[in-house]
Design a binder for this molecule. Structure first.
Ligand code: CA
Length: 533
């Protein structure tokens, strides 16, 4: 009897102390941008490092862990976000391309975090359509959103805000930290920037950034895709042939800097973005770009010189948009410090996929080639990640949900398909970590005309299958050919390697229960080629 009373007393004491104990599970600040390629981050040591594009994100890397081999599973905006929320590949979460609508009724990590006592909020680009579920507070851009004076959708309705989108999203997040946060609960705060997504419109304070700098050109700016399978030659994302001077680069259609800005000076789609500006904002914009446009029209460039000019204009505007995102990281971290939250908040920076910054002559993403397959992933977990460390395991956006859940001490549902990164963040090297990743892109026919393809990437090799157009394969040795210029597929001495990778690829498809339509549609492809030649 005495023992039983003692046990009851012990249990009661434990319950009381549990109720009184402060919940010290870590907060998570997840800063997520759109189309920010790792090679446009200084800490990733790409060819743009020399212009120091991201000092605040680099600072995060120096205090935390940078993942060198971080990849998406489907290189496009909405699907990447759906994979992150669900912890499942596109064919499982149902959001396979940007035309789909996300089923918000499905299981997501944010709903589970809420159930385990986290306060959750998301601000910025959702791109998943519908009212977000699993968040205590939210404000999202409709669709792609606009850079200047955008509309945002709040739980109580839609309204137009005044300012640049990156700053507005940052302000919403800081305001939430200061005014809406429940200090008794740990939080998950998702800050999802539109920048640096096309059409690149930097904040006014960044319009002259890099004016006196020549952005280094990528080694493959004039790639002619000679060794690729046909799809690489029949895309529509070349700086040369497809990047529009007005729509993409906001070059005035007619010279005459002193004329008033108006739709007549722009085509309709570019003007749809510019007309959101106030007269005052438009005046600053015109003062920055007008003289440059005048000089461009006078120079009458053609051929490679025109490509080079377009690359400079594009890369500068892209990097100016990134400067805003980098400053946002600085502002958010400053707010954490000011509020005394810095010591118990995991800060993560990532972006929904990589991007071509003139690499292979392209802009945009979608392909399984390295520049768009890679995603940045940098995390600082105070007391856990070793400052300045770099991890080389193969990771994917498929792993984020599982990671957030383990950080929060929540159990990971069996039907999530990724791996928690927590062991890696602790500096461990699990012996059974994955040896390859699976990729599948679905959006064709669509803008930029990148055909459907799937593939496998291992530590060293990549095998891709373009299945709509007959039976086109590409195989690369990333150690000897990091730019993927020499397709080894079909060369006798590499047949064994190709067969091994095919077997691994099939095993991955079985493991992930791939059930999407991968049938060939050669008639579609032939019709497309006829129409465009
Ligand atoms: Ca994107």
């Amino acid at each position: 009897m005495k023992t039983r009373l003692l046990t009851l007393f012990t249990i009661a004491t434990a319950i009381v102390s549990l109720a009184q104990a402060k919940d010290n599970r870590p907060n998570i600040l997840f800063v997520f941008s759109d189309d920010h390629a790792p090679h446009a981050i200084g800490a990733y040591n790409g060819w743009l490092k020399s212009i120091n594009p991201t000092p605040n994100i680099d600072q995060l890397a120096s205090e935390g862990m940078l993942f060198e081999k971080s990849f998406c599973s489907n290189s496009i905006c909405g699907p990447s976000r759906a994979v992150i929320l669900s912890g499942k590949h596109s064919h499982k979460n149902g959001f396979m391309n940007n035309g789909n609508s996300f089923d918000w009724n499905q299981q997501t990590f944010s709903k589970i975090l809420q159930k385990t006592g986290y306060q959750t909020a998301i601000y910025g680009k959702s791109h998943l359509k519908g009212r977000p579920q699993g968040f205590d507070d939210w404000a999202v851009l409709p669709g792609q959103g606009l850079y200047y004076n955008p509309d945002m959708i709040f739980p109580d309705g839609r309204r137009k805000l005044q300012g640049h989108c990156t700053d507005l999203v940052t302000d919403l997040a800081v305001n939430w930290l200061k005014e809406k946060r429940d200090s008794d609960k740990p939080f998950m705060l998702m800050v999802q920037h539109k920048a640096p997504h096309r059409n690149w419109m930097p904040a006014l304070r960044h319009l002259h950034l890099y004016d006196d700098v020549d952005i280094p050109e990528p080694a493959t700016l004039f790639d002619s895709w000679e060794d690729n399978a046909p799809p690489a030659r029949y895309q529509e994302l070349e700086i040369d042939r497809h990047m529009d001077l007005n729509y993409d680069l906001f070059v005035d259609l007619v010279p005459g800097f002193n004329q008033a800005p108006s739709q007549k000076r722009q085509d309709r789609s570019a003007w749809a973005n510019m007309k959101r500006m106030t007269p005052s904002q438009l005046g600053v914009w015109r003062a920055a770009y007008g003289p440059k446009d005048e000089a461009f029209h006078k120079a009458n460039l053609s051929g490679k010189e025109l490509v080079r000019w377009k690359f400079q204009r594009y890369a500068k505007n892209y990097l100016r948009c990134i400067k805003g995102v980098d400053e946002s990281m600085g502002t958010l971290r400053g707010a954490l410090k000011e509020l005394g939250l810095d010591d118990n908040t995991v800060v993560i920076y990532s972006s929904d996929q990589g991007f071509y910054i003139g690499d292979h002559g392209w802009y945009d993403k979608r392909w399984m080639y390295e520049e768009s397959l890679m995603m940045p992933f940098i995390a600082k977990w105070p007391g856990v990640t070793k400052p300045g460390s770099r991890d080389k395991h193969l990771i994917q956006n498929l792993d984020y949900a599982e990671t957030f859940l383990e950080m929060a001490g929540a159990s990971i549902p069996n039907d999530m398909q990724g791996l928690s990164l927590v062991p890696l963040l602790k500096g461990e090297s699990p012996s059974d970590w994955r040896e390859s990743i699976y990729y599948h892109y679905y959006e064709y026919p669509s803008v930029h005309m990148v055909p459907r393809h799937y593939g496998i990437r291992t530590e060293r090799h990549k095998l891709m299958h373009f299945y709509q157009f007959g039976d086109e394969w590409e195989l690369y040795d990333l150690k000897t050919d990091p730019d993927e210029l020499t397709n080894l597929y079909g060369k006798a001495q590499h047949n064994n390697l190709a067969n091994q990778l095919k077997a691994q690829l099939i095993a991955l498809q079985e493991y992930y229960e791939e059930d999407s339509d991968i049938s060939e549609k050669p008639d579609t492809w032939k019709a497309q080629m006829r129409a465009r030649n």
